[in-house]
Design a protein around this ligand. Sequence first.
Ligand SMILES: [Cu+2]
Length: 146
Amino acid sequence: MHLLRSISAALLITLAGSGAAHAADVVITNAWFRALPAGLPAGGYFVLGNTGTRAATLSSASSPACAQLMLHRSIETGGMSRMMMVRTIRILPHHHVVFRPGGDHLMCMHPDPLKMKPGSRVAVTLDFTDGTKTATSFIVRNALGQ
Ligand SMILES: [Cu+2]
């Protein structure tokens, strides 16, 4: 018990020293997936706030409802909208990033039709570059976002 406690104390000191945010400083609100028919990828949208005093950097996401959950960004080039993968998304202290249609979003590839159903909730884990994880759940809406 004492050994465990000193290990966690050492970990905390290491994290603080590396300038990393704690997962406790990360706040997720308005989280939802847009379920589409025919096994199409489902976009994930939410607001990711950082109430801490250090930057938080989102590096990946996962969900038992998705074969893969990717970080995506929609960009407009020459009047055409296309999506690209992004490696990380940084949230400055006391700031938030809005994941929304047409902007940064999560992309659930090969969604499980039994889990990705309008009205149900889907578990999502967000991973940060400091090694912390935040578990949350997204409400599933239909193609119209309802
Ligand atoms: Cu996408």
